[in-house]
Design a protein around this ligand. Structure first.
Ligand SMILES: [Zn+2]
Ligand SMILES: [Zn+2]
Length: 225
């Protein structure tokens, strides 16, 4: 099945990962992944000291090279961008439109109410297609906030990520989200070549909870919509 043969959250040495783009793609090729997204952070998002336009353009040149070396793998030029408390995304040099796919993530600790309020604002005019590690920085969780967020996400078609590094602690949220019609994506959040595609636990979770995994093409079409 196509949907599970992907990893849509990978950091390279262009941010805080250790592997360069070609090492990441070699690993994806060994694992026979059909699609990957290279989703570095760029300054001032948390996770990178660097973020100038030339870094992003050099990275794009590397991505174009691996695309021609591995034409069977869909290789997306992505970014992971911080969601701020006012619901906007942190600035990226050259803007967000230049990327194929954006992961919006919280990288600051928030309680349930603050989280829900920031996220619901961000979802009013969403600039991202995947919500990264949704509860990775949550200090508390209330069911009513989870329900409001799940409903707002369902209206957008954005995928809720099942992240390898930040295992969801609130599976009931995933179940509400599923019942509201949300889709999900798989992301290793890998910072090394070895952890690319290590998503067995997340695949099993999706299967056990009957979560629908989004196709990459569907997520890409959200961007142009
Ligand atoms: Zn993150
Ligand atoms: Zn990440």
């Amino acid at each position: 099945m196509f949907a599970t043969r992907y990893d849509l959250h990978i950091h390279s040495s262009y941010s805080d990962g250790s592997a360069d783009i070609s090492e990441i793609v070699q690993r994806a090729n060994i694992l026979r992944l059909e699609a990957i997204a290279i989703t570095d952070h760029f300054w001032p998002s948390v996770g990178s000291q660097r973020g100038g336009k030339n870094i992003i353009e050099n990275r794009r040149t590397d991505i174009e090279t691996v695309r021609s070396d591995y034409p069977k793998i869909l290789i997306l030029d992505g970014a992971e961008v911080d969601i701020q408390s006012n619901g906007s995304l942190v600035h990226v040099a050259g803007g967000l439109d230049q990327f194929d796919i954006i992961i919006g993530s919280f990288h600051w600790v928030s309680d349930s109410t603050t989280w829900a309020s920031a996220l619901i604002k961000a979802l009013q005019n969403p600039q991202f297609q995947i919500l990264g590690h949704w509860d990775g920085y949550l200090s508390s969780y209330r069911e009513e906030d989870g329900r409001a967020v799940a409903q707002a996400i369902a209206d957008t078609g954005i995928a809720i990520e099942l992240n390898r590094k930040y295992i969801s602690e609130h599976n009931e949220f995933l179940e509400f989200a599923r019942d509201c019609g949300c889709v999900f994506s798989l992301g290793s959040d890998s910072h090394s070549a070895e952890s690319v595609g290590q998503l067995d636990y997340q695949r099993k979770l999706a299967e056990d909870l009957e979560l629908e995994l989004a196709e990459p093409s569907t997520l890409l079409s959200l961007k142009s919509a």
